[in-house]
Design a protein around this ligand. Structure first.
Ligand code: ADP
Length: 409
């Protein structure tokens, strides 16, 4: 039945034409004297008329005129409002009949019956909607917007019949936001490219030295000793990088589990200073600690917190070496939020780099970092650990005066 109803509806706009053709056919047949055939044609015509919908209207206007059909659109709208993706419903004449709340938020209010092309500027989307209106086929395209921020949508259009009588055909345009997935994809591929690049450099150097040892330096014990020393350095660099990568992936696995142990930061910081004592002495940097009188207790994971402060104090010694002093201040505890600041008196970090220094493999100066045995992952690890600890990293730097990294729990 539904099929016949749809057929009758589709044909309804063309009945004028059919009637004229039939009359012409009758005139021709009559003149030829085929009475039986005339009677049959009339029967077919009358049967078709009986099947014809009572009101013949433009499909898009049926919605506004009949209360039951308006109800259908309301029901459809209530359903679409529950979705968090923008949805536009248009008629066969490309007039916007409905927009859900998410579409209102994304594109602003579109007055009913506005022509789609007045609000949707993308020729790709308009062509796609027109094709679906013409053919009834579901279509989708990817559409990106640059302003106010970069957004990528999969825009899909599908035809649907919304009233019980099967008379109202509308076209539903949905916008699926895939920006976040795209960003993650890009980050992942950047990360793999960076990690491979970082590993490729020491690997190439190891290969080069192995070939030299097998060839020209085969009988040169002095060169062999020197090359083996460099090879050990490169292999150590690779294992540092792999350790940092593993550390990051372990942290990612438990990112949502908050640590529960009670840790006093005062002895923990003094442990970090002891561990970094030899490095500070080599670099000729003096580390001083100013603890409060009592303990500074936080909820945390001891090993991870040691990793955070080792990274910050090591960076302060390495990159702030020329300031010759690194000062660690602890405060808070009890009801006040705990805070640890690591201050160096080095060259500082130019303001444009500060927001990015916690990104993986981001370095202000790649050569300086490599020469100081950096992997470019230290602050990314710090940021991950602090996120898990519900703590923040605040960076303040003044060129020529130094940098303060503050951890606020
Ligand atoms: P790396 O392994 O290169 O040290 P990090 O993630 O620890 O990587 O640090 C990223 C970059 O931030 C470093 O390469 C360096 O350029 C900059 N940086 C970090 N700490 C300091 C600091 N105290 N003073 C100046 N620059 C710093």
């Amino acid at each position: 039945m539904a099929f016949w109803r749809r057929l009758a509806r589709r044909a309804s706009g063309e009945w004028g034409l059919v009637l004229l053709s039939l009359l012409a056919a009758v005139a021709v047949v009559l003149s030829a004297g085929h009475v039986a055939l005339v009677a049959l044609l009339w029967l077919v015509f009358i049967a078709a008329l009986l099947r014809r919908p009572k009101e013949v209207k433009d499909e898009t206007h049926v919605i506004a005129d009949s209360p039951e059909e308006a109800l259908d659109l309301d029901a459809l709208g209530a359903g679409f409002d529950a979705l968090d993706m923008p949805i536009l419903v248009v008629g066969a004449d490309e007039a916007v009949l409905f927009q859900n709340q998410a579409a209102e938020k994304a594109f602003g209010v579109i007055p009913p019956l506005t022509d789609l092309s007045a609000r949707v500027r993308s020729p790709g989307i308009l062509d796609m909607v027109r094709e679906t209106i013409a053919t009834g086929r579901v279509n989708q395209i990817e559409h990106s917007e640059r302003l106010p921020s970069e957004l990528v949508y999969v825009v899909r259009v599908a035809r649907t019949v919304i009233d019980a009588a099967g008379r109202t055909t509308v076209y539903v345009i949905s916008y699926r936001d895939i920006s976040q997935a795209r960003r993650i994809d890009r980050m992942r591929s950047d990360f793999v490219a960076n990690a491979s690049h970082e590993l490729r450099t020491p690997l190439a150097s190891l290969r080069g030295f192995i070939e030299t040892l097998q060839g020209p330096a085969r009988n040169d014990p002095k060169a062999q000793e020197r090359f083996l020393g460099i090879m050990l350095e490169q292999a150590t660099r690779m294992s540092r990088l792999v350790d940092d990568l593993l550390s990051l992936s372990r942290l990612e696995l438990k990112a949502h589990i908050a640590p529960a142990d009670e840790i006093d930061l005062v002895p923990l910081i003094s442990h970090v200073c002891d561990a970094l004592g030899p490095l500070a002495r080599d670099l000729d940097v003096a580390i001083t600690v100013s603890p409060p009188p009592g303990p500074v207790i936080v909820q945390g994971d001891r090993d991870e917190l040691i990793e955070v402060f080792e990274n910050l104090v090591e960076n302060a010694c390495k990159y702030g070496q020329e300031g010759k002093r690194v000062e660690i201040t602890l405060s808070g505890g009890g009801s006040d939020p705990a805070e640890v600041s690591v201050r160096d008196h080095g060259p500082g970090i130019p303001a444009e780099h500060v927001p990015r220094i916690t990104e993986r493999f981001y370095r202000v100066n790649v050569e300086a970092s490599r020469s100081k045995k950096g992997t470019g992952l230290g602050l990314a690890i710090v940021k991950h650990i602090l996120t898990r600890h519900r703590a923040r990293l605040i960076v303040r730097s003044t060129l020529g005066e130094g940098t303060v990294f503050t951890v606020r729990f």
